[in-house]
Design a protein around this ligand. Sequence first.
Ligand SMILES: Nc1ncnc2c1ncn2[C@@H]1O[C@H](COP(=O)(O)OP(=O)(O)OP(=O)(O)O)[C@@H](O)[C@H]1O
Ligand SMILES: [Mg+2]
Length: 261
Amino acid sequence: MKPFTIAIAGKGGTGKTTVSGLLIQLLVERAEGPVLAIDADPNANLNQALGLKFEQTIGGLERETLKTLTDLPAGMTKGRYIEYRLQQLLVEAEGLDLLVMGRGEGPECYCIVNHILRNYMDFLAGNYKYMVMDNEAGMEHISRRTTTDVDVLLVVSDANPVAIRAAERIDELVDELNINVKERYLVLNNLPDRLPQKAKEMLEGTGLEVVGEIPRDEALLGLSWEGKSLESLSPDSPALEAVRVIMDRVLCSRERAFLSH
Ligand SMILES: Nc1ncnc2c1ncn2[C@@H]1O[C@H](COP(=O)(O)OP(=O)(O)OP(=O)(O)O)[C@@H](O)[C@H]1O
Ligand SMILES: [Mg+2]
């Protein structure tokens, strides 16, 4: 079975990791099945948002195995060895596992390690009900590391013109990279009390449907200053409530897709 896959993208600093973390937290709370969180940003910090520690990244393992593949434990094939090490990378928590991609080797590396990685990722994904990917703006990992289709892409933007333009660019990039994305939406985050008229006009021009609006929530910023995980956020946080609405809409779209088949 394939997991219902939600990918989060957007310009740097717009709140991708925060939205990913809150969404993951809410999906785990629903307890419908295990969630796989993938940190696909080279500057990994989803683990911190989730309050989890990781030992090594997939990129790190890739570099290490490329160096040591000639020196394997006796009786072990390359494939078996890499799979074994990959299993050790998975961070396990209650209802949730985390995999951290780290920095990759560059798109030109079509080596055996990459091939095994792809297969392993696809195999692994089959164990989960939901998969949530926190991406970098470039979306490179999605196209390289897994063949899994994306059910819903959430492009996060704040009310600034640079972030809105970046959201439009990501929308185009998805088509250029031929990533199979079933539905895509814009998530507005960190919003002031009143959205400036200019932002409204620009947003209307993007062609992306807004699935939810997350207000500026000082408590989130406070946690970030203190380096605390999102778990410490009060259950009545307005940002958490807004992400709950987004989750419900996204999951409704899953049911719609299911019924139309
Ligand atoms: N709705 C919000 N209200 C207040 N602060 C927020 C909100 N959303 C995010 N932030 C704060 O903005 C900062 C950037 O958020 P976050 O790390 O989630 O962005 P990002 O897009 O993942 O950044 P990067 O591109 O560096 O990975 C953090 O300090 C976070 O706490
Ligand atoms: Mg981030």
